[in-house]
Design a protein around this ligand. Sequence first.
Ligand SMILES: NC(=O)c1ccc[n+]([C@@H]2O[C@H](COP(=O)([O-])OP(=O)(O)OC[C@H]3O[C@@H](n4cnc5c(N)ncnc54)[C@H](OP(=O)(O)O)[C@@H]3O)[C@@H](O)[C@H]2O)c1
Length: 332
Amino acid sequence: MKAIYLEAIDKPFTLIEKEKPVAGPGEAIVQVKAAALNHRDVWIQYGRYFTKEYPAILGSDCAGIVTEVGEGVDAAWVGKEVIVDPSSDWGDNPRAQAVNFKVLGMPEDGAFAEYVKVRAANLYEKPDHLTFEEAAALPLGGVTAYRAMFTKCGIQPGDRVLVTGAGGGVALFAIQFAAAIGAEVWVTSGSDEKIGLAIDLGAKGGVNYKNENWGKELKAIAKGFDVIVDGAAGEGFVQLVKLAKPGGRIGMYGGTTGKIGHLNPAEIFWKQLAIHGSTMGTAQDFAEMVRLVDEHGIRPVVDIVFPLDQTEEAMRYMEAGKQFGKIVIKVG
Ligand SMILES: NC(=O)c1ccc[n+]([C@@H]2O[C@H](COP(=O)([O-])OP(=O)(O)OC[C@H]3O[C@@H](n4cnc5c(N)ncnc54)[C@H](OP(=O)(O)O)[C@@H]3O)[C@@H](O)[C@H]2O)c1
């Protein structure tokens, strides 16, 4: 089969021929129709991810057709169109993952290939209203947004919600999910055009975080927020604490812009804020996320589709940060 190979840190992604995987007990083989990029893949290429096991076949997100199942797996899965929960070995504490928690695509071979071996327990039927490309865009970003916003921050209809970095893969799901349940959604972005696109998706408005006084601008137009979902951290996080309403919840799932600036503790304790770190999600989070997508007919936003042999170009496109929505790899 064809697969995309990352030999070592700082090497380009290259197309190789590799043996097709075989399903062991409890496993299934999925013929990948489409896979999607996450910022994780770029971090791994640069050696900036906590797991460092090279060479590797990356790819945490995919949609495809089950071609084979191993011992102990219901044969009815064969031929089904599926998406795959990329999380394995979460463990038995729903509050946090266990030490051997794994994400598909390092250390185990991922979905940038014609076939991928996954645990059968991670298979979910592809929502009918989605194409393979849309479905491939959903798993990692979708579950991360869902857990941060619903499981951790307890978002409710009518809440005023801020999603930072509207153009990001996770952020877009946060906007769509919050709008779907009837929250009032505001965004930040480094691009006015992306703010406009977020409004088309259901956001009420937004400000450009490149403006010097973006925090004050946002406070003036949107007042405070019940829930803030952030993947950027950095200096901007100080503004998020100021923008949270008393009793507000901040769900933080990433740190794209680095270490958090100088926070004023009184703003956190006096306002009784809850700051929740959040990473991906449990099997229950994943199942609830898929149900939400099904119920509301939510369609992931796909910015661009690359063929498998242009995965390296797709990574550079992600790094440039011009996308609005997921970057998808069409396989086969
Ligand atoms: N904990 C987890 O489970 C988990 C899961 C997925 C991702 N992550 C992390 O979350 C982050 C985003 O991941 P992703 O896959 O969604 O990446 P992505 O699609 O590449 O999005 C990154 C986004 O960051 C935004 N951004 C850049 N500078 C910003 C700033 N100063 N203030 C606010 N936003 C800023 C940009 O928004 P605009 O384009 O709108 O300017 C950009 O779209 C990454 O650090 C990733 O490693 C964590």
